[in-house]
Design a protein around this ligand. Structure first.
Ligand SMILES: *Cc1c(COP(=O)(O)O)cnc(C)c1O
Length: 490
């Protein structure tokens, strides 16, 4: 490790730390004669020399990986206000439960007589989701929100087709998450944009003009992408139903609704829920998640198979749904995530969920009140789970939202979501969740105030941030287009 006097971690690659002949464990030399192993690998593809593994001691390995794990911001070390992503506390007990060998070593092909426990958990997660969301049936198979959207749209498409209707268009507000139009296109339908008004609400005139006998679905995010509840939602549902279309709700972020409102009662026909956001399972970096899809009775026959059913006291997998769209995932989905979901549901209980939602709303509006004097261009609240502010009119001297987000890292906060939703210029989307203390929210607001002040007094310092992280500003385009995934010794 290079010596520096400022305790900043400068971590070399493990290959760079290698010293020829060094080993973690001294093994005695082998007394078994060396023979060529029998292998079907063609000789041209076989190694000619031993692999160039790093040669390091055991403490070096431990320190290297421990230090690497400390270079990152994570929910266990920092406030992580990533809007739209609900990075909340994940009780460690959920992980412990999912790691019990009876779950983690369970083979998905084990017969149902020997898998009653896990089938019961899946059945119960579905029952809880039905009850909390006011829907008639759920599939737990999709492994992410985006895959839930695709599943929901395919189910809706199959429903319309079964009625002999040709409906090819999915109407989506321009404030939507990018996965919405992508899922519509992947399902073979056409995404049509519906305008939002400047306050983030759906432009009803534009919706009326675009609804027609070819509309399959209207896809709406609730609470809306600005973190605001759409007050026209009943009217929207009526318009959609009168056109013979189905109402799809993007329920990725239910943190502010669960226990307070059931989407099914609003008239929603299909929705997906990101359990890895609302129901507290770790996520990020493309890791495993689950995006269960809930539907009303008329759409149930089209859900993916197999489904877990209960007959008397016995749980089993049922494949007998002739109108099903088929499988969207191997076996029952990401069961490890769903076990965490189950634990979280049992920990919270119905009362706990209501409190969770109320506290998430309180935290978001507390931050809104603290930030309002700094950010003149703030969408009108009250907010639900998150606050959206605009850097415009707040930061001076050409400091942009991106600069402020980078500077927040120096203050010890993970950066919020930036430049989304695209209907707000220089957007910064902040989601505190229900788990943060008032002191943390105060510290975050103070850091934002300090950065606004710095944009007036020392703008260069903000524009060149971060200054304290192991790597500075990355060329994100180059990192995505020309990733270096392999170490090469020069
Ligand atoms: C996160 C999110 C999605 C996509 O969920 P993934 O699990 O990342 O695929 C869709 N819509 C909204 C509103 C989201 O916040």
């Amino acid at each position: 490790m290079p010596i520096t006097g400022d305790r900043k971690i400068v971590e070399e690659l493990i290959f760079e730390q290698s010293v020829s002949g060094r080993a973690g464990i001294p093994l005695p030399s082998s007394d078994v004669p060396r023979t060529e192993p029998e292998t079907s690998i063609p000789s041209a593809l076989r190694r000619r020399a031993p692999a160039d593994w790093p040669e390091v001691s055991e403490p070096q390995v431990i320190r290297h990986y421990t230090r690497l794990s400390q270079l990152n911001y994570c929910i266990d070390t920092h406030f992580y206000p990533l809007g739209s992503c609900t990075m909340k506390h994940n009780p460690k007990v959920n992980d412990r439960m999912a790691m019990l060998p009876d779950f983690s070593a369970l083979h998905p092909l084990r017969p149902h007589e020997l898998s009653q426990g896990v089938l019961e958990i899946l059945y119960e997660v579905e029952r809880w989701l039905r009850e909390l969301c006011g829907m008639d049936a759920f599939t737990l198979q999709p492994s992410a929100g985006a895959q839930g959207e695709l599943t929901g749209i395919l189910v809706a498409r199959a429903y319309h087709e079964s009625r002999g209707e040709k409906r090819t268009k999915v109407l989506i507000p321009d404030s939507a998450h990018g996965t919405n139009p992508a899922s519509a296109a992947t399902a073979g339908l056409e995404a049509v944009t519906v305008r939002s008004r400047p306050d983030g609400q759906v432009d009803l005139d534009d919706l009326r003009a675009k609804l027609g006998s070819d509309t399959a679905l209207f896809m709406m995010t609730i609470p809306g992408t600005l973190g605001v509840f759409e007050p026209q939602v009943r009217e929207i549902v009526d318009l959609v139903h009168r056109a013979g279309a189905l109402m799809y709700m993007d329920g990725a972020n239910l943190n502010a609704l669960i226990g307070l409102l059931r989407p099914g009662d609003l008239g929603v026909d299909v929705l997906h829920v990101n359990v890895h956001k609302t129901f507290s399972t770790p996520h990020g970096g493309g890791g495993p998640g689950a995006g269960p899809v809930g539907v009303k009775k008329a759409l149930e026959p089209f859900l993916p198979v197999p489904r877990v059913v209960k007959e008397g006291h016995v749980y089993r997998r049922n494949l007998d749904y002739p109108s099903s769209i088929g499988k969207v995932h191997g076996f029952q989905g990401n069961v490890g995530i769903l076990i965490r979901t189950y634990c979280y549901m049992r920990l919270q209980g119905a009362e706990g969920f209501r409190e969770m939602s109320e506290n998430a709303i309180l935290a978001a509006n507390y931050l809104r009140a603290k930030l309002a004097p700094l950010f003149p261009k703030m969408p009108k609240g009250p907010f639900m789970h998150e606050v959206v502010v605009s850097g415009e009119g707040a930061f001076a001297n050409g400091v942009r939202t991106l600069d402020a987000a980078k500077r927040l890292l120096d203050y010890g906060f993970y950066a919020p979501t930036v430049y989304f939703p695209s209907i707000v210029h220089e957007a910064m989307m902040i989601e505190p969740t229900e788990n943060e203390s008032r002191e943390t929210l105060d510290d975050f607001a103070a850091a934002m105030a300090a950065i606004v002040e710095e944009s007036l007094t020392t703008p260069e310092k903000v524009k060149t941030a971060p200054h304290t992280t192991p790597v500075r500003r990355l060329d994100e385009v180059k990192a995505a287009r020309e990733p270096i995934l392999r170490y090469r010794r020069d």
